[in-house]
Design a binder for this molecule. Structure first.
Ligand code: GLN
Length: 546
């Protein structure tokens, strides 16, 4: 059977939730028993987002094969419950590098290299490769950016051509737009959508469906208008109002008939129609639940998109306890300015997520110390684990200058040090320890109890590691290595004895959490916060300084 392709483009403005729409389409198809794979085309010139600042790009999502990818892949994995690889995210930077490398090798046999056909062929080849690699019945492809962007043109041209290559009946185009609201008249305006579709048509793509995002309910009259002016059949105009939780989007689109239209248009047989589990999930999320106050202390805390998988993993774990979370995003530099008492006293659990570079490091170390001394559950993710080790060494071994060589290359006590393989690395892009690695759990530790297994696999992204020279010294004072690489050389998990929950992972467990399958460490971290709440809090709750 030939592969079907659904291409999703965006218009009017960026950040309208195209990624969530694509993830939702994937979820709907999967619930109908159709196998899906997903892909994000990013028209920027970076080879991957790994070298970009979180301010530019938000979180870098790491796939199992160690590719540093767009955060939308996180949505796809969580919604569809699949595991993707680097093949699901291509950028203009990758495409141009490949084309130029082929030209240098002489692969084009003296030809003139042009955007069409050489760049477009390279893009199409990647899309077709994912189709054959995954064997999926449907490949859903999101084109990043907004129609009208100069750098997006080769990608749009490529997906236009695929209609001919793959056959008209096997290709479906969806355009996601925004209906702005005029405050003065209280009207939703369709003109930007009309213009965006006009722009798309000028490239040769007529959308088959429109998903119109809006912060307000969309009347039938507005949908009629979009249908008429954009030449899209009335039942293929979908209004998607802003919803309280993103996991509701698949239901909203399915209930509006998107699943049926896709199956009909792409001539696919529905194998089942079962969104009932998803509906149960959404109903549970929407129930009023007691909120656990959690502090996430990081360098990019003013930009929660940088930690989107951490936020999701905490929410999934809270749901498993029939609780909710209330995250306060705390800039670690603010802790340096205002101290821990004011900023952290409210928290029933503290998370220090991953990060790079020296800014705000002292604030993170102060947060660790606060959690350790006040027995507040603490969960350190990658950098958060490294800072836990630094603080513990300083306080319990008395090595006051202990540090990671990332922040103090001359420290006398490099408890966190560059991994041997990293010493010669000069290139920045794609050179960290990346992707899935096996880890063996030490029996009778908190980590082993959480997973209920002796061996796990988790995703990594780091250059520095626990310096094993200090392992036995630290174990003597209660910092236990509870997860090790199979050769026993690398400490992947460390945990503090005699503390309600103080554990750090060198890997990023947040990438494996799913709404219906919370990660065991996040689950147990939140279990510990509740234990603390149940025992009663003797500490006063000072106001959080804003
Ligand atoms: N900067 C640290 C390292 O490279 C931590 C990385 C991370 O938190 N992902 O090891």
């Amino acid at each position: 059977m030939s592969t079907r392709y659904i291409f999703v483009t965006g218009g009017v403005v960026s950040s309208i939730g195209k990624g969530i729409s694509v993830a939702s389409i994937g979820r709907i198809l999967k619930s109908h028993g159709i196998s899906v794979s997903v892909m994000k085309l990013d028209p920027y010139l970076n080879v991957d987002p790994g070298t970009m600042s979180p301010y530019q790009h938000g979180e870098v999502f790491v796939t199992k094969d160690g590719s540093e990818t767009d955060l939308d892949l996180g949505h796809y994995e969580r919604f569809i419950d699949i595991e993707l690889t680097g093949s699901s995210n291509i950028t203009a930077g990758q495409i141009y590098s490949l084309v130029i490398a082929k030209e240098r090798r002489g692969d084009y046999l003296g030809g003139t290299i042009q955007t069409v056909p050489h760049v477009t062929d390279e893009i199409k080849e990647h899309i077709f490769n994912l189709a054959s690699e995954s064997g999926a019945e449907v490949v859903v492809v999101e084109v990043g950016g907004t129609v009208g962007d100069i750098e997006g043109l080769p990608f749009l041209e490529a997906i236009r051509q695929i209609r001919k290559d793959a056959g008209r009946d096997n290709v479906y185009y969806i355009h996601v737009t925004l209906l702005p609201n005029m405050v003065t008249t209280g009207e939703l305006k369709t003109k930007p959508t009309q213009h965006s579709v006009k722009e798309l048509r000028s490239i040769g793509i007529q959308p088959d469906a429109i998903i119109a995002r809006s912060d307000f309910p969309v009347s039938d009259a507005i949908k009629d208008k979009i249908s008429l002016f954009c030449d899209v059949s009335r039942d293929a105009v979908f209004a998607l109002p802003t919803l309280d939780n993103v996991y509701e989007v698949p239901l909203a689109l399915e209930d509006a008939g998107l699943g049926s239209i896709l199956l009909r248009s792409l001539n696919l047989d529905r194998k089942r129609n079962d969104m009932s589990n998803w509906r149960i999930l959404v109903d549970r999320i929407n129930l009023e639940r007691e909120k656990i106050p959690i502090a996430v202390v990081g360098k990019y805390a003013e930009l929660p998109d940088s930690y989107i998988s951490v936020k999701e993993a905490l929410s999934h774990a809270a749901l498993a306890h029939d609780k909710d979370i209330e995250i306060s995003w705390i800039q670690s530099e603010d802790i340096e300015r205002y101290g821990t008492e004011d900023l952290l006293a409210f928290a029933k659990g503290i998370v220090v997520p991953g990060g790079f570079g020296p800014r705000g490091i002292d604030g993170m170390i102060q947060a660790v110390k606060y959690a350790r001394e006040n027995l507040v559950p603490y969960f350190g993710l990658c950098l958060g684990m490294q800072m836990m080790v630094v603080e513990y060494t300083r306080s319990l071994l008395g090595y006051s200058d202990a540090n990671s060589t990332e922040f103090d290359p001359d420290t006398k006590h490099p408890v966190i040090d560059l991994m041997p393989g990293q010493l010669q690395v000069k290139q920045m892009g794609g050179t960290m320890r990346l992707g899935i690695y096996k880890c063996q759990l030490v029996p009778n530790t908190r980590a082993a109890r959480a997973y209920g297994r002796s061996e796990i696999e988790e995703r990594h992204r780091h250059r520095y590691e626990f310096n094993s020279t200090y392992r036995s010294l630290l174990e003597e004072v209660g910092l236990i290595a509870s997860g090790l690489s199979p050769d026993g050389r690398l400490v992947e998990i460390s945990e503090v004895e005699n503390h309600p929950f103080m554990l750090g992972t060198q890997f990023h467990p947040e990438f494996l959490s799913r709404p219906q399958r919370p990660h065991p460490l996040f689950r147990d971290f939140l279990e510990a916060t509740q234990e603390t709440i149940r025992k009663g809090d003797q500490r006063p709750l000072p106001l959080i300084r804003r």
